[in-house]
Design a protein around this ligand. Structure first.
Ligand code: GTR
Length: 425
């Protein structure tokens, strides 16, 4: 495999998105008809693999949770290495006059190995000013570089390899100032700061590239080539989020006990997996995460396990491909991923114009995760039917279906902030 941008990977994604299949693809057309969802039976979160019922929060925490986590590691995302001994953080800028004086902008250079050729990741943090004490924080992972989240000229421009983009003036796979702020609409930074939260964000490509390079680049290159039950890219990105949290724990302006992890789409799959594994995350947010994220795999609505493993062979562990044509044999489904966050709060968001991500399947996994929350005496989403658009619901599992396309908007952030206010403040 070469390390060039894999047009052949990208195209199937686009083709499937618009309901086409590639001429050489054995994949059936995606189903968007609720009436054609196959009959399925979900694995029970509260039954151990040997058939023993899980009857208490203690049973869950001590026995079933580790078992379910192991099943996801082995069959879906792949297991990741421990925190590396060579991990280092260096604050490379700290400006308390950012955003017209509203914020402190901080950047932290993270290196993952003592080797000179270590991958480097740049964590950008905006902190609100005039707060009393350490602040709760949203830790997010972004697609296009930290400098795209806001036009602020003080943000370092990503040095990661980037896809060419005429609109953003990117020609030689290098970003420059023309793409500053190009993803601003997704990040509601001023609103997050006004509400008393910090925002920390990292470019996912700083952790690991998003193409099938046989794991020769990014943090993967520091380790042996993954075995069939070892980390794909989603696991690597999630691992990177845990390393960011390692830094946040050392930052005295951050309340590291109140860090919400958030991501959109493939990075929503990533935030759910990060939150499932790393119990230091106090709250988990999945924005339009779809297949391999919040959506139930067994519904095969929109994107399916087979399709995602075909279009993005590097995202999951190799074992996951065994279930391409027998998704009913998976020992888990995604409601159990949500359950792994319990008793911590989780928010799941869908969009009406995003059938590819199966909005109802995203709701249903939140709904079915409720049994785990109940062990802790907590309520999950609190309703049995997907609510109508723009009517947020939920207790310890929050949910909304936003009107609009596959995206992150101010409306989504408004709900995440309200939910975080309820649970973190
Ligand atoms: C699509 C993919 C989805 C989703 C999305 C994204 O091509 O099929 O699973 O992750 O990309 O990340 O924007």
């Amino acid at each position: 495999m070469t390390s060039l941008w894999p047009t052949q990977r990208f195209l199937p994604g686009i083709a499937t998105l618009i309901g086409l299949t590639m001429s050489d693809s054995p994949l059936p057309a995606a189903n968007y008809d609720e009436a054609k969802v196959p009959r399925y039976e979900l694995p029970d979160s509260l039954t151990m693999q040997d058939g023993t019922p899980v009857e208490s929060a203690k049973d869950w925490t001590e026995k079933r949770r580790p078992e379910v986590l192991e099943l996801f590691r082995k069959h879906v995302y792949g297991r990741s290495p421990a925190k590396p001994s060579g991990l280092k953080f260096k604050v490379i800028q700290n400006d308390d006059t950012a955003l017209g004086g509203q914020a402190i902008r901080r950047e932290v250079l993270t290196t993952f190995s003592r080797k000179e050729a270590t991958p480097e990741a740049n964590l950008l943090i905006y902190l609100p000013k005039n707060t009393d004490g350490p602040v709760p924080t949203f830790l997010t992972i972004n697609f296009d570089g930290n400098h795209t989240v806001h036009p602020d000229p003080g943000i370092s421009i990503t040095r990661s390899w980037v896809r060419n983009n005429k609109d953003w003036g990117i020609e030689n796979n290098r970003a420059d100032k023309r793409s500053r702020g190009s993803r601003r609409s997704r990040w509601a930074i001023e609103k997050i700061l006004e509400r008393g939260y910090a925002l920390a964000t990292i470019d996912y490509r700083d952790i690991d590239p998003d193409y099938d390079d046989s794991f020769a680049n990014g943090v993967h290159r520091l380790y042996p080539k993954p075995k069939p039950d070892e980390w794909g890219s989603i696991s690597a990105w999630a691992w990177g989020l845990s390393r960011c949290l390692d830094y946040l724990e050392t930052d005295r302006d951050i309340n590291a006990k109140k860090v919400a992890v958030m991501g959109h789409s493939r990075l929503g799959k990533t935030s759910l997996w990060a939150g499932a594994q790393d119990e230091r995350f106090a709250l988990v947010v999945s924005n339009d995460s779809g297949c391999g994220g919040a959506a139930l795999s067994r519904r095969e609505f929109g994107e399916t396990v087979k399709r995602i493993n075909t279009s993005f062979p590097h995202w999951f562990c190799d074992n996951f491909t065994k279930y391409n044509d027998r998704v009913n044999e998976l020992p888990v489904d995604q409601h159990m991923l949500i359950g792994l966050a319990a008793p911590r709060p989780v928010y799941i968001a869908s969009a009406t114009g995003d059938p590819w991500a199966d909005p109802n399947g995203e709701f249903l996994s939140g709904y079915h995760a409720g049994s785990v929350y109940e062990l802790f005496g907590l309520k999950g989403v609190g309703v049995a039917q997907q609510p109508e658009a723009d009517h947020p619901v939920g207790h310890h599992v929050g949910y909304h279906l936003r009107t609009g396309k596959h995206d992150v908007t101010d409306y989504d952030w408004e709900q995440y902030l309200n939910f975080a206010d309820r649970h973190l403040k």
